[in-house]
Design a protein around this ligand. Structure first.
Ligand SMILES: *Cc1c(COP(=O)(O)O)cnc(C)c1O
Length: 377
């Protein structure tokens, strides 16, 4: 927390707006839209809800296809299943770890052959790094497919000086407790298409028709953000630049002190992009080092420090068994390699240098232990 949150919560109490409507919500929407440079925004109860609304307003229905990045958190694709639609997973490419334009093109070519173009493409900006949006937008335009940006992890990141989430047709952010700013739980849908946002707001408030007697002709949801939590979000947003700077500094320190270790390669920052470095992540090349990502995660865990592997690609998840998957190149699944070799390090905006040094020392120790063992053998 920043310390300013109670001011906005107090305001909500004093004005008695304890509801999913109120001045904090209106202000938070406007402040996010202004910050990222979108025409409008709709505050909702989670990032997942924002994705579900995006698919709903694009009229994704039972049996439709939706293309989706494979290397991501399950929440990106769950709303495709909510709609009864079929996810088709697209591999990553090495420069950004995000959606491979080559794999996307192969999937679109196949979809034309099948006479079944997707109703939407969902591209993810993983760990704060933007995807190759020029290439991906060009393909979506060429095939006439709407583009949704899952910027849940990348608030504050830019691509050619535009904020992630504002390049495609619809974008969304998450304010879950683990994200760079939080409302405990919450999300925001953004767009330049005000009609789409009006429709999203309508669906998010139980799709109530214009009538005093509560008439409904469309299936809606109860997805709006609380006015109390929007107050938390307003104070949090004031700290965004500070947090991006803090996380970029953490990344830099990790990189400076660890990149000399054999086989370690930090997540790149692609030309023309600025990452919020939501999480610091790296891979270890198994052809160069005998230390694995599991060794590092285990050694940290022995000292009660949590590190994690990179997201398990969705095409490998039992939930999505049987779904189509398009690789970056024939016989080259980039997302699987990132999963098997990647590590996410502690990256909280408030992590102290001392705490970070402990993590760094333990990683170096993991490598030393491995070298000693090899020496004995
Ligand atoms: C966190 C996250 C979401 C979901 O956001 P919630 O607010 O937790 O529903 C979606 N996509 C990605 C990539 C995320 O990291």
């Amino acid at each position: 927390m920043t310390g300013n949150e109670p001011f906005y919560i107090d305001e909500a109490f004093k004005s008695n707006w304890i509801a999913p409507v109120g001045p904090n919500i209106d202000a938070f929407e406007k402040e996010i839209a202004d910050y990222v440079g979108a025409k409008g925004a709709v505050a909702v109860s989670s990032g997942t809800a924002a994705i579900h609304l995006a698919l709903s307003i694009l009229n994704v229905q039972k049996g439709d296809r939706v293309f989706c990045s494979s290397l991501t958190f399950v929440a990106t694709a769950n709303p495709i299943l909510y709609q009864g639609a079929e996810p088709v997973f697209i591999d990553s490419e090495p420069d950004t770890w995000n959606m491979s334009p080559k794999a996307l093109e192969a999937a679109l070519v196949q979809a034309v052959k099948d006479n079944k173009l997707p109703k939407a493409v969902i591209v993810v900006h993983l760990y704060g790094q933007s995807a190759k949006m020029v290439e991906i937008s060009a393909l979506c335009d060429e095939y006439g497919v709407p583009l949704i940006e899952d910027a849940a992890e990348s608030l504050g990141s830019t691509y050619k000086s535009k904020h992630t989430g504002t390049i495609g047709d619809l974008g969304l952010y998450s304010f879950n407790g683990n994200k760079i700013i939080t409302t405990s739980g919450g999300g925001m849908l953004v767009s330049d298409d005000m009609e789409a946002l009006r429709r999203a707001k309508f669906l998010a408030t139980q799709a109530r028709d214009q009538a005093v007697h509560y008439q409904h002709s469309t299936l809606g949801f109860n997805y709006r953000m609380s006015n109390l939590l929007a107050g938390v979000g307003r104070a949090q947003l004031q700290a965004i630049e500070h947090r991006v700077a803090a996380r970029r500094r953490l990344f830099k320190r990790y990189e400076q002190m660890l990149s000399w270790l054999p086989g370690i390669r930090f997540m790149p920052e692609y030309n023309g992009t600025k990452s919020n470095r939501w999480l610091t992540t790296f891979t270890i090349n198994p052809n160069i080092s005998t230390v694995t990502n599991k060794d590092i995660i285990e050694n940290l865990s022995l000292r009660s420090i949590e590190a994690r592997p990179v997201w398990k690609p969705l095409h490998l998840q039992p939930l999505f068994k049987g779904c189509q998957y398009f690789t970056h190149e024939p016989f080259n699944s980039v997302s699987e390699k990132l999963f098997v070799t990647g590590v996410c390090l502690p990256s909280g905006s408030s992590l102290s240098d001392l705490e970070q040094n402990r993590v760094i020392d333990l990683i170096q120790e993991t490598f030393e232990k491995a070298t000693n063992k090899e020496g004995i053998v």
